[in-house]
Design a binder for this molecule. Sequence first.
Ligand code: ADP
Ligand code: MG
Length: 698
Amino acid sequence: MEKSIPELFGSLVFNDKVMRERLAPEVYASLKKTVEDGLELEPGIANAVAAAMKNWAIEKGATHYTHWFQPMTGITAEKHDSFITPQKDGTVIMEFSGKELIKGEPDASSFPSGGLRSTFEARGYTAWDPSSYAFIKDHSLCIPTVFCSHGGEALDNKTPLLKSVEAVGKQALRVVRAFGNTEAKRVIPMVGAEQEYFLIDRECFDARRDIKYAGRVLFGARPPKGQEMDDHYFGSIKPRISKYMQDLDEELWQLGVYSKTKHNEAAPAQHELAPVFSDVNTAMDHNQLIMEAMKRVARRHNLVCLLHEKPFNGINGSGKHNNWSLSTDTGENLLNPGKSPAENVQFLLFFAAVIRAVDEYQDLLRVSVSTAGNDHRLGGDEAPPAIVSMFIGDELTAILTAIENEEIYRKADASYLPIGVHSMPKISKDTTDRNRTSPFAFTGNKFEFRMPGSAMSISSPNTTLNTAVAEVLSDFADRLEGAEDVRSEALEIIRTTVKEHKRIIFNGDNYTEEWQQEAKNRGLANLKTTVDALPCIVSEKSIRVFGKHGVYSEVELRSRYEILLETYCKTINIEVQTMSEMASRDIYPAVCSYIGDFASAINARSAAEGRVPANAKRELDKLSELEEVLYTRMEELKKLSEDAAKLKKDIYRLACFYCDVVIPAMNALRAVADELEMHIPQNVWPYPSIGDMIFKKV
Ligand code: ADP
Ligand code: MG
């Protein structure tokens, strides 16, 4: 590395430092104010900012600009325009106007819209999000934007997130104000999203159509060794992977991403990257850049990065732990237990707000992480189950119980404390007792939502969480603002909240059978699959809460519901087609030809030895039997795929059909193929084995 890290860091970002250096003071001040107050930028200011951005970008080698947006595909989109403007004399000059900075009109017809954008009105528009910095990637100045239809409906993942940030900020500020804090001007959700991923060798990837098309293996016997020895987690990083990680860090640092922690994860070939947390809008943009860079950098190292939630059955899948807290613009983390008892009333109130939000909107949180890929992970005894519950640890449980029952609180050190407004216990910041099985765990000064899948945008889970908490805080704020004694009222709110919502708290092992039963007794939702969960999006409750806080209109929710169903169906359909192709073109022919060779060998031996070798004959019979089952199941899957095509008009029915009928048929086909793999020599089997892929010396 030629540059030092501080020099390298953010060198491709039009960040605050660059703005201060390059913008006239009045332009800078005006831009800042616009961002803080969420106002529209004046044309004169926009022109000045655009000119400064362009000059800076050209100095850094950029030739193009692009509005960088996040359509509902879950990834990002960009369309590059060069800065060149032709002149009469055949030359060009480099231009970029305020208008081009602020608004773009990409053809939206190829992005999912769930019926929001009728084809005669194919154009959507992108609008600059000045709260996220512009940056340079691939010689293009990338301008983070929102993406909407001409009717103003959101067609992207950023718009609702920004609206939810505003909603929760507004309500949280009311609560903070009620407690007498007049300094804070804003409250902002902060997020640190840990990203898990797999790296495999490029050669293995090239040899497997399932990984290419579906991002995961659709066939493959379980290797004799997986992760049971726990020898990969935090293990020393192999040289080639280490080089990759270094390269990745450098790319990300240039883009201003606070890439901080890297380590090997539980499964062989699995790794994790965690950035330092930031405001959620930046965290989302950066997570997209992280995922993109992970894939791009891998290619340079002859590796392929797999972001799928479950690339290999039988070993751990990948998630995206979403660490979430609320912070004031003056830097106070509202989920940090305070130093003094008085501060702890406010802390416990925010804490109680999250408890109620998670309980009341557990189904919406569940649906916010629902994808076909994540279905393989949730409930697989490696990630949380599909039941949403919260881990809060023993100490906080004891404190809340004491408040609920108006009892004396007995601390672990055997001291006793009556809990009241003036006698709150000091809460120790104990993060040691981390329950890894919990979907939603309090970890000292933040909540860690562990259900999001590794491949998805963090938009939906955070939009949902922000909105749910906004709704609860608005109720709390109403009560506090009308109260004579704010602290007593807060304590009363905490008491009733615990009483009514404690069913969501579960500190035990989420992977057990008993918990499934216990959760049922408590009336908690258990939405096992994406198809079970998706209808919640358009429930009366969902329409009410998102509508009330201006996050999604009913029309937008209905369109999202359609898109998610469509995406689910398309994903399974691709898997079905890929499986059928692999089975009929590679696996079945390989099996037949091997059986043929094997039979000839038996014949030759029978002739030579004058008797049929019994074991070999038994093996031949077994192979023939499996070959027949393989063929039948292949045909069955093809038939079901044709049946599915007939259901296209009713997308919900189609999704149910895929979930209830097609997936079991896929599993059945896979099972017999995997069994055959164990009977056929490695050099005859048409694909590298799972063991080869995850243990290959990289
Ligand atoms: P672990 O893997 O043990 O869960 P890591 O240290 O890998 O923990 O990741 C924790 C993540 O939480 C990091 O991204 C970190 O920046 C983030 N984080 C820490 N404090 C906060 C906070 N107050 N709000 C949101 N995220 C936070
Ligand atoms: Mg974590």
